[in-house]
Write a protein that binds this ligand. Structure first.
Ligand SMILES: Nc1ncnc2c1ncn2[C@@H]1O[C@H](COP(=O)(O)OP(=O)(O)OP(=O)(O)O)[C@@H](O)[C@H]1O
Length: 967
C-alpha cells in the first residue's frame, strides 16, 4: 500500500470507525476481490460479535487492509461504493485530493518549522547527560573542527567543517561519511551545521545554500516507512498540518541536505538507513552520515567522500578553554595552565574530555583534584552514555561490558599494547557491545593476504585506568603478587657500539599504580601494604643526596606521586610513612606536578621532628603555582622548608621571590641559593634579606651582584658559598667582612680562580666544619693557614678544587690527613693521589676523586678504600688521556677494594675502562655490595667490552632495587 493511502486511513481513522458498517454486502465484495481472506472474515465477525463493530473496523483498518498489497486501497473504496457506503469513499477521496493539491505555503512552512526547531533545540550542547539544565551555548563555545579527507585523489587534505559540503551535489558527490573516535565531536558537528542553517544571518556558508536541512539521529529512522515519516515524528510539531505526501514531494523537489548522525548506534534493524546509504531512497539528495570508525564496513563503498574528525591540536585546545572561560565569564589563565600539565595532556585532544577537565578545574581552583578522580568522572560519564545508548542500567553495563573490558585492558597493558586482537575479542560473546561503550574503536587492518580486525583503545591513559580497575578488583594476594613483579629502580644502559640497550624509568609504572592507589583509597589495609612495598623497593627512607644543580627526581619519589592520588592519607598509612620517614627530601624542577602534590600531602602528616626539605624549582614555568606551592611548604608545621634555590630572570622576579618566600625571615626559609646569571645591573630599590638568613649560596656571581653580599653583611650566616664567580676589589673586601662572622660553619669559594688569600680569614673561624676552596698558586703563608685549619680537626667536609697542586699543597694535605679524624667527606679535583698516601688514615663516608688514571693512582686508592669501612658514597672520575691504559690486574685490585666497602650505597665511575676480562670482578664487586642502591658508569672507555662480556654483567646491574646508569 502506498504511503499516502496508509496516511489517509490513519488520518481518518475515527471517522471510519464510526461510519463504516460491516455489512454482509461489504464483506462479500471484500472477499470477492481478495482484500480479505476467509480467516480474516472469521476473525472480524468474531470481534464484531464479542466486542463491537467499531473494534472490528479498527482491526480491519489497522491490521489487515494496509498489508493487503498495492491495490487493496482502491478495491476497498470500490467495495464501499458497492455496499451503499459511497459517502465514506467520497470522504476518503476528498481527503486524498486535498492532500495532494499544491499548497504554495507548505515549503515555507516546513522551512520555518525546521528552522525554529533547530534554533530551539540545538542552541545548547548538553555534555553531561544527567544534567539537562547545564548546557553550553553552541554559539559561544563551539570550536571549528578540522576534518581530514580519507578517500579520493585529494586524500590526506585537511578541510574545515563547512568545506565538506562545498562540492556536494556536483556530479556524483552525494554521499559523505564523517568518522571520528568516540566523543570526538561528530554529533556536535552535525548540530553546528543544522544550527548554522537555521540562523537568519547572511553568512555565506555552504550550508546556507540548501533549501532544507534535515538532521536525524540514525535511530530516528528505525521502524519508519519513509523519511517524511521520521521528519514528522522527530522534527515537526504533531499539529503542524503538513501532510506526509507533500512532505515527501518537497524532499524530492527541493535542494535538501540529509544529515544522519551516529550510524554506529543504530545500524541494525534499520532498513531505511541502509536504503538511504545505498541510494535506494532519495538517491539524488546529498546525504551526510556520521559514525565511529569502521562500523560501515562494506557500506563504505557507497560514499563518494569520507572524512575523519581530527583531534584538537594545541591551538584548538587553547581556543576551547578560552571559549569555555569566556562563556562562564571567568579568567582563562587557570585553564590555560592546565593544558601544560603533562599528566593530563593526553586527554586534551578530545573535546569531551577537555570540557570535563574544564568543569573539574573550575570546581577545583586549588588543583586538588587527583588524576584518579578525573578519570573516574570521565569513566562515569562514558558509562552513563553507554547505559543510555544500549538501553541498559548502569550496573548491567558495569557487570557485563566493563568488567570484560578491564580484563582486555589489563591484558593489552601487560603486552605493552593498546589494542585487542580479533582472536581475543572472540573470547567473549558480546564483544561488539563492549566496543559500543566507547573505549574501543574498530581498526581494520587490510594486509595483502587477509583482513585483520583489531580494536584500538581510544587513549593509552584509558588502558592504564581500566587496567588499574582490573587490578583493583583482584584479591589482595593476587594484587600484591602482581606488584612485586614490577621494577622499582631506574635503569639506563646504552654502550656505544654494542647492541645492548635498556631504558627503564620507574615513572613508567606510575600511571597504573597511581590509579590503583586512588581507586583503593578507601581500603586502608590494602593501601598500606602496597605503600610499604613501594617504600621498601624504592628506598624511600634512605638518606638522600644534598640537593645540587644536577640532582634529578629519582625513584625514591614514587611514593609521593602515589599519595598525590589520595584525597586523604588514611591514618594507618600515615603511621607507616611517619615511621619510615626519609631524613631529607629534595624537590627539584624535574619533579612532576604529582611529586609536588604528594609533597603537599606529606605536609599534613605529623612528623616529629619536621622533615627538612630542600626546594629547587629553578626553571618551573608557572610562577604562580611555584609561589603557592613553596608558600604551603613554608606554612606547614610538619616539614621544615630548609633551603630554596631561586633562578630569577631579572630584578622584579628576584624581588618577588625574596618577598614571596620571605627569605631569611624567622618563620620562613633561611637558606637560599641564588643563580645570578640573568641578573644584570643593580636593583633600583635597596635589596635586603630577612634578619635570620643563615645560608647564602651565589652561583655565577659577578661583581655587579655585590648587593647580595652587602645585604648579607649583618646576618647570622652559618654558611657562605660562592660558586663559579668573578670578584673585584669591592667584593673581596665584602667577603673579608663576611668571613669575620664567627657563626660560620661552612664556606665554599670555588671557581677557576685562586682564592687562597681568604685562607687566613678561614683560619680565624673557630667552628669551621666545611671548607670548599679553589687553590692554584698558593703562597707559603696561605699553606700555613690551611695547615692550621686541617690540624684543628674540626672539618667534616673538605673540597680542594685545583688544577695546579703544588708540592707544598700535597704535603700540607698529606700531613693533615694524619690528624683529621673528624673528616667524613672529601672531594679532590684534578689531583694526583700518589702524593697523598695518608688518605688511608681517614674515616670517610663520602669520597669524590677526579684524577688521572694509572696503576700507581689505583694502588693508593685501593689501599685507602680498604681502610674506609664506613664509606657510603664513592665517586671516581678518571681523567681521560687518549691511548693511556691501566693494567687489568690494577683494576681488579680496585674492584676488590671497593667490594670490601660493605656500607657503600652509591658508586659512580666516569671514564672507567671495563673490558670483558674485568667484568667478572665488577660482577663480584656489585654482588658483594648488598646496600648499593645506585651504580653509575658514564663514558665507558674500553672498546674491548663486547656484548658477550656485558651479558654477564647485565643481570647483576639490573638487580632489584639497584638504580643503574651505564653508558
Ligand atoms: N566543536 C566543539 N567545540 C566545543 N566542544 C565540543 C565540540 N565538539 C564536541 N564538543 C564537546 O564534546 C562533547 C562530546 O561530543 P559529541 O557528543 O559531539 O561526540 P561524538 O563524536 O558524537 O561522540 P560519540 O561517538 O560518543 O557519539 C560535547 O558534548 C561537547 O561538550
Amino acid at each position: 500500500m502506498e504511503d499516502q493511502h496508509r496516511e489517509c486511513l490513519k488520518s481518518n481513522r475515527s471517522f471510519l470507525c464510526s461510519e463504516i458498517s460491516l455489512s454482509t454486502g461489504l464483506f462479500a465484495k471484500l472477499t470477492e476481490s481478495c482484500v480479505i481472506t476467509d480467516e480474516h472474515l472469521q476473525k472480524l465477525q468474531n470481534i464484531k460479535r464479542n466486542d463491537t463493530t467499531k473494534a472490528a473496523v479498527f482491526e480491519f483498518l489497522s491490521e489487515i487492509l494496509p498489508k493487503r498489497g498495492p491495490e487493496a486501497f482502491d478495491l476497498f473504496l470500490e467495495a464501499l461504493c458497492e455496499s451503499e457506503q459511497r459517502h465514506v469513499a467520497e470522504r476518503l477521496n476528498k481527503w486524498l485530493s486535498d492532500d495532494c493539491s499544491e499548497d504554495a505555503g507548505t515549503f515555507e512552512r516546513l522551512q520555518h518549522e525546521l528552522r525554529t526547531h533547530y534554533n530551539d533545540k540545538l542552541k545548547f550542547v548538553y555534555t553531561m547527560p544527567w544534567l539537562p539544565t547545564e548546557g553550553f551555548s553552541l554559539k559561544e563555545t563551539f570550536v571549528q573542527r578540522r576534518l581530514r579527507l580519507t578517500s579520493g585523489d585529494r586524500k590526506g587534505t585537511e578541510v574545515k567543517m563547512d568545506e565538506i559540503l562545498a562540492s556536494v551535489g556536483e556530479g556524483r558527490n552525494k554521499r559523505i561519511l564523517v568518522e571520528g573516535d568516540p566523543a570526538q565531536g561528530k554529533s556536535t558537528l552535525c548540530q553546528a551545521l543544522a544550527f548554522a542553517w537555521s540562523q537568519p544571518d547572511e553568512a555565506s556558508e555552504n550550508i546556507k545554500s540548501f533549501d532544507l536541512v534535515i538532521l536525524l539521529h540514525a535511530g530516528d529512522l528505525r521502524g519508519q516507512d519513509s523519511v517524511g515519516g521520521a521528519i514528522k515524528e522527530h522534527l515537526l510539531p504533531i499539529d503542524c498540518g503538513i501532510p506526509l505526501r507533500q512532505l515527501e514531494k518537497l524532499l524530492q523537489e527541493k535542494n535538501v541536505l540529509l544529515i544522519i548522525d551516529a550510524f554506529d548506534e543504530a545500524s541494525t534493524e534499520n532498513e531505511m538507513l541502509h536504503q538511504l546509504i545505498e541510494g535506494k531512497r532519495l538517491k539524488h539528495k546529498p546525504l551526510l552520515v556520521t559514525s565511529r570508525p569502521n562500523f560501515l564496513e562494506n557500506k563504505q563503498r557507497h560514499f563518494e567522500s569520507t572524512f575523519t574528525v581530527e583531534g584538537y591540536n594545541n591551538r584548538e585546545q587553547l581556543k576551547h578553554v578560552e571559549r569555555y572561560a569566556a562563556h562562564k565569564n571567568i579568567a582563562s589563565a587557570p585553564f590555560e595552565s592546565m593544558l601544560k600539565d603533562k599528566s593530563i595532556r593526553d586527554l586534551c585532544s578530545n573535546p569531551l574530555n577537555l570540557t570535563l577537565l574544564c568543569l573539574l578545574r573550575e570546581e577545583d581552583t586549588q588543583l586538588r583534584i587527583t588524576r584518579t578522580a578525573l578519570y573516574t568522572s570521565i569513566h562515569r560519564i562514558i558509562k552513563q552514555k553507554a547505559a543510555k545508548r544500549l538501553k541498559l542500567i548502569e550496573a548491567e553495563v558495569e557487570e557485563s561490558l566493563l568488567r570484560p573490558l578491564y580484563q582486555f585492558a589489563f591484558e593489552a597493558h601487560q603486552k605493552n599494547e593498546t589494542v585487542v586482537r580479533e582472536k581475543d575479542s572472540k573470547k567473549v560473546q558480546n564483544f561488539q557491545r563492549i566496543c559500543e561503550v566507547g573505549y574501543l574503536t574498530n581498526e581494520v587492518i587490510i594486509s595483502r593476504l587477509q583482513k585483520e580486525v583489531r580494536f584500538q583503545f581510544t587513549h593509552k591513559t584509558f588502558v592504564e585506568f581500566l587496567t588499574a580497575k582490573h587490578i583493583a578488583e583482584m584479591d589482595q594476594e593476587e594484587r600484591m603478587n602482581w606488584m612485586q613483579h614490577l621494577r622499582y629502580a631506574n635503569c639506563y644502559i646504552r654502550i656505544h657500539g654494542l647492541a645492548i640497550e635498556d631504558r627503564f624509568n620507574v615513572e613508567q609504572n606510575d600511571p597504573v599504580l597511581g590509579f590503583l592507589f586512588g581507586l583503593l583509597e578507601e581500603e586502608s589495609a590494602e593501601l598500606t601494604q602496597m605503600a610499604s612495598l613501594v617504600i621498601n623497593e624504592t628506598r624511600f627512607s634512605y638518606e638522600h643526596h644534598p640537593l645540587s644543580l644536577y640532582s634529578r627526581c629519582d625513584a625514591s619519589h614514587q611514593l609521593l606521586r602515589f599519595i598525590a592520588e589520595l584525597n586523604v592519607v588514611p591514618p594507618e598509612l600515615a603511621d607507616v610513612i611517619c615511621k619510615r620517614r626519609p631524613p631529607l627530601i629534595n624537590i627539584h624542577y624535574h619533579c612532576s606536578v604529582s611529586c609536588r602534590r604528594g609533597m603537599l600531602k606529606l605536609c599534613n602528616l605529623r612528623f616529629q621532628p619536621p622533615i627538612p626539605i630542600n626546594v629547587y624549582l629553578g626553571y618551573s614555568r608557572d610562577e604562580e603555582e611555584k609561589m603557592s606551592f613553596v608558600q604551603k611548604l613554608i606554612e606547614s608545621k610538619n616539614i621544615d622548608c630548609s633551603k630554596i634555590w631561586i633562578n630569577p630572570d631579572d630584578h622584579t622576579e628576584l624581588w618577588n621571590d625574596v618577598r614571596g618566600f620571605r627569605i631569611g625571615q624567622a618563620d620562613s626559609v633561611q637558606q637560599v641559593s641564588i643563580y645570578c646569571m640573568d641578573i644584570e645591573g643593580i636593583p633600583c630599590e635597596e635589596f635586603s634579606f630577612g634578619n635570620h638568613l643563615s645560608e647564602l649560596e651565589l652561583i655565577y656571581f659577578e661583581p655587579s651582584c655585590s648587593f647580595f653580599l652587602e645585604a648579607a653583611l649583618h646576618k647570622p650566616l652559618t654558611s657562605l658559598q660562592l660558586i663559579d664567580y668573578e670578584l673585584d676589589d669591592r667584593c673581596i673586601s665584602l667577603i673579608h667582612q663576611l668571613l669575620r662572622n664567627q657563626r660560620l660553619q661552612r664556606v665554599q669559594l670555588t671557581s677557576s680562580w685562586h682564592f687562597g688569600f681568604f685562607l687566613a680569614d678561614f683560619a680565624q673561624i673557630e667552628n669551621l666544619q666545611s671548607l670548599e676552596i679553589s687553590l692554584n698558586d698558593s703562597t707559603d703563608e696561605e699553606m700555613r693557614s690551611l695547615e692550621a685549619i686541617l690540624k684543628r680537626n674540626k672539618l667534616s667536609k673538605l673540597t680542594i678544587d685545583s688544577y695546579k697542586y703544588s708540592g707544598s699543597l700535597y704535603s700540607v694535605l698529606n700531613e693533615g690527613f694524619n690528624s683529621m679524624s673528624s673528616l667524613r667527606e672529601l672531594h679532590l679535583q684534578f689531583v694526583d693521589i700518589i702524593h697523598l698516601p695518608n688518605l688511608r688514615h681517614l674515616d670517610l663516608i663520602n669520597f669524590f676523586l677526579d684524577s688521572t688514571l694509572n696503576d700507581d693512582v689505583i694502588a693508593v686508592l685501593s689501599d685507602a678504600l680498604r681502610s674506609w669501612r664506613n664509606l657510603q658514597q664513592l665517586s671516581i672520575e678518571f681523567d681521560f688521556i687518549p691511548f693511556s691504559s691501566v693494567a687489568e690486574c690494577s683494576l681488579r685490585k680496585l674492584f676488590e677494594a671497593i667490594a670490601g666497602c660493605h656500607r657503600l650505597q652509591i658508586l659512580h665511575f666516569d671514564c672507567l675502562e671495563m673490558a670483558d676480562s674485568v667484568v667478572p670482578s665488577v660482577c663480584k664487586m656489585i654482588e658483594s655490595l648488598k646496600q648499593l642502591r645506585k651504580f653509575t658508569s658514564k663514558r665507558q672507555r674500553n672498546e674491548s667490552l663486547t656484548e658477550e662480556g656485558f651479558k654477564q654483567l647485565e643481570p647483576i646491574i639490573k638487580r632489584n632495587g639497584l638504580n643503574t646508569e651505564v653508558r
